[in-house]
Every structure is written in C-alpha cells, then in structure tokens.
Write a protein that binds this ligand. Sequence first.
Ligand code: SAH
Length: 252
Amino acid sequence: MSSRPRFPARLDRPGAAAPLPPVARTAPVQALVRPQGLGLDSQAVRLAMVNKLAAQGIQDTRVLQAMGRVERHRFVDTALATQAYEDTSLPIGLGQTISKPNVVARMVELLLAGRTQPMGRVLEIGTGCGYQAAVLSLLVQEVYSIERLRGLHEKARENLRTLRLPNVHLLFGDGMAGFAQGAPYAGIIAAAGGEALPQAWIDQLAVGGRLVAPVAAASGRQALLVVDKTAAGVQHTLLEAVHFVPLKSGIA
Ligand code: SAH
C-alpha cells in the first residue's frame, strides 16, 4: 500500500534533520518569511496570512515560518487560488476540504509544543491535497501521510511532485489502522475526526510521543484531543471545539 512520491522539484528546505533557524519570539513576522526561492508573486499575501496567524495566537516561530514558506495556492483548484490565503477551509474534491490555515498551524504547534529538537517520524492521517504534509515536512524528520481516497492520494502526489520533499511518504490506505511499518511515531496528527481514537494510533505512538486529533466530545461536537504517551501511561487533554470531516474506515 505504500508508495513514495516521485519528486524532485523545489521548495527550498534546510535539510530533513536540520532545525529552521532560531528567530526571537519578538522578531517582526516579516523576518520569519523571507523569500527563499519560492518566487515572490504570492509572498506578500502569504506574509499577510502569517501575520494574521500570529495575531490569532500562533506563537511558534517554526510553525509561522513553515506556513510562510508553503505555497497554499498550489494545493487548491485554480478557481479557488485567490482564496488560498484567507482563513477558510476550501473544497479539494470528493467532498473533502483543506483545513483553515489557523487550524493547521494550531495543530502543528500543539504537536511540536515543548520540543526544541526536530521531531522524528510523524504519521498524518488524511493526506487530502497534501498541504499539511508539506508544512510538516519542513518541521519534522519524516512524514508518513495516509489517505483512504485514491483520487485525493493521487492529487496530493501531483501537488507535491513539483516540490523537493524527499522526507514525505504518501500512502494509500485506511489510516484507522495507522501504518505499522513506520511505527513507532514521535507524532501522529489526524485531519479527520471519529467517534473514538483508534487503538492502533496509541499503539504506534512512541513513548514520549504526542498525538493531536479531532474526536467526538461529550457534547456530540468535535474537539481537539492531545494524547501524550509516557512511560507512566497515556495522558489525554481535551481542547477547543473544531470541525473536521469524518474519519471513515476502508478505502475508496
Ligand atoms: N491534511 C489535509 C486535510 C484533508 S481533509 C490537507 O492538508 O489537505 C481530511 C482527509 O482525511 C480527507 O481527504 C479524507 O478522505 C481523509 N480520511 C478520512 N478518513 C480516513 C482514513 N480512515 N484514513 C485515511 N484518510 C482518511
């Protein structure tokens, strides 16, 4: 079920294991989003998006930098490209959506919180158009991203083809079973929400690892759940309400 994306191309990155350069928390956001060979056409509008993310409370400069570097407009249909940097979810086909920039940034920030070293292997459930996988690829050592809809798996492959991201591994399959071959994962991040957390995800999380996923909360609505796996056990922290597409089983 696994297949590696056929790259190369160009989204300059400092190397899989190399941390992004440290930037003081007080640095102006402009300093975080220097043009880095991505072309300048959409740079200003992306900078505005990053400024807004910072104003909304995203503080991790590594995350702001990564969000400033990935060209989100390349992951949506041409007709929607002008909306790509607005804080809105957008359709990506087959009834699915790319999450709002704020939600992507928030989840990735939670995933990395408290870590000073680059995270190792991360499993993403729900590749969708591949945008979040591209963001993660700038922040962690290896990204395994699994999608259950073949059409979107192929779309993500196409979207990522023109980027040079050798640390992204696209998988076609049912992410409810995780991806045991890549386990254990330092991080797991889900872009689709189910009733309960699949046990496979907890099993495949490394001790010291963290999972961030939307789950059904008691209210019947979805909320973000952070799970930390320690030698002493598994700790759950339920956070704010979110609205993700449903986690479904099987492939299609
Ligand atoms: N991270 C994505 C968001 C995609 S939306 C992006 O940046 O575009 C969530 C995705 O999860 C959808 O594409 C949906 O098909 C997928 N999904 C839902 N259940 C799944 C499962 N069991 N395994 C893998 N993918 C799943």
